[in-house]
Write a protein of this length. Sequence first.
Lengths: 309, 257
Amino acid sequence: MRKKNIRLIIGIILILVMTALFALLPKIYNNNFLLFNIMLYIALAEGLNLIYGFTGYLPFGYVGFFGIGAYSASLLILLLHVGVVPAILLGGVAASIVGIILTPLLRLSGAYFAIANLAASQAIYYIISNPHLENITQGPYGIMLSSVYDATASYNAMLIVMFFAFMLVLFFRQSRFGLSLMAIREDSITASVAGVNVVLARTIAWLLSAFVAGLCGGVFAWYTSVFYPETVFSLNISIFAIVFVLFGGAATLIGPLIGTVILYGMYNFIGISTPQYFQLIYGLLIVMLIMFLPNGVVSLFKKVKDYVP
Amino acid sequence: MSPKEILKVENVEKRFGGLKALNKVNLSVYENEILGLVGPNGSGKTTLINVISGIYKPDAGKIYFFGKRIDGIATYKLAHLGINRTFQIPKPFHGLTVRENVEVAALYSGKQCLKSFFKHLKNFKFMEKGYCNIEDDVQTAISIVGLDKLQDKQATQLNTSEQKLLGLARALATKPKLLLVDEIAAGLNQEETDKIAEILQTLVKKSISIIVVEHLMHFIHKITSRVVVMDSGSPIFEGTLEQAANDKRVVEVFLGG
């Protein structure tokens, strides 16, 4: 039990340090856009970690929740004149509501779930970008939120969302609820024999995961203020988040963080200046990782694994 | 005074497509007994265990546990009520440690834990440690099966016999009143089998009733007081193992007519 408490303290310190770091960095580093995107992907990766890391469902269509969050928040602001912050929170709720509609997908497993979830996110994309809905969603012409644009406030909002995502993952990592989720991941029948309400537990994880993505989408919409359906439903967002989680190590707090910082950092360092090498190095890195560290970078800390948050 | 009936299976049927895996099964389990369930492969023993433990829903019939109807109730609720089981092929939580495997089950060991939480809440003592201390339950379950030394190992590192013991510990951590043990001795050596027999006999003394499904007759003979023989989905005999050996139908089923 003591190890677990030490892990909790390390986790809390890590969260506070990361939050403080991203709060202070804009003062000394002027690429605000890059910092925002790193926070965005950390939050998305941690949100995806809730469902993938703890229950084993790989949501390839995770971006669907992100897009729903972005559109719901924007439309609430533009059409119903809701305040920005409540609109973003409602964007998260809207993503969870779509999550409820998609709960039957949780009956599928493995690749079947991943494909069905991917299809669902594409369906949502086509509904929203449908030109017949131009009066509501602007169809394929995108959203303009410039009336409420506020770079500093939206940056801070992202900071809060990232903090929230961290806290959720830490809760999952430390709590009995998280333990029963991991039991479901390992064997759902044995979990139910052990007394775990499998359907309820994984639905909660699923909806929280969707909620985080919805919040990210809402804040992203506020920060960029102009976007198209293909921007917020881009499959690359799902793929990035998944790769970051896998690279760092699922079901831990620190794994997705490491994954995002290293890989997204690399993407910005060489991916933009020399994209041809980037693809090559990226590909090699992922192949090496799967061959030698299938459980992600965190598996390097084998000796102290009980203390890794 | 006749012993108290804790489980009553009444006319239970289960079909898989055209196959009647269970056909009008009637069965009772009494307090503090080990009931042996024997029969050739495909006679419906494991299906019956799956139906009682809620993995399958029966197509017809009723099941009573302490007089309460339980057929069709979800497995996790049955675990809370006090029915638990082990699996023929061990299905531990591979990525978790032995202790965590048992911990998951102990979290749900009945409602005593939650009750004591509210009691402490009322008396403003909820900050005190131990209001819901599952650690003792976990350690008790692990030491009953003798896995103390392995509790920090991952379940996937255990051998088959240890995984079977872990399955038993996991079941015990839910504090069952009825334990369904499905072919736990199969594939184990004599020494391991004797150890499990001993464990099961101590459990009965702690007022846990047990149904044992097994092919190994010396194991059944050693621990059970009563056996039910099944064939093609129905019980065909009930009595002691010696009586079964002299029963015409039983001999026919096992040796062919």
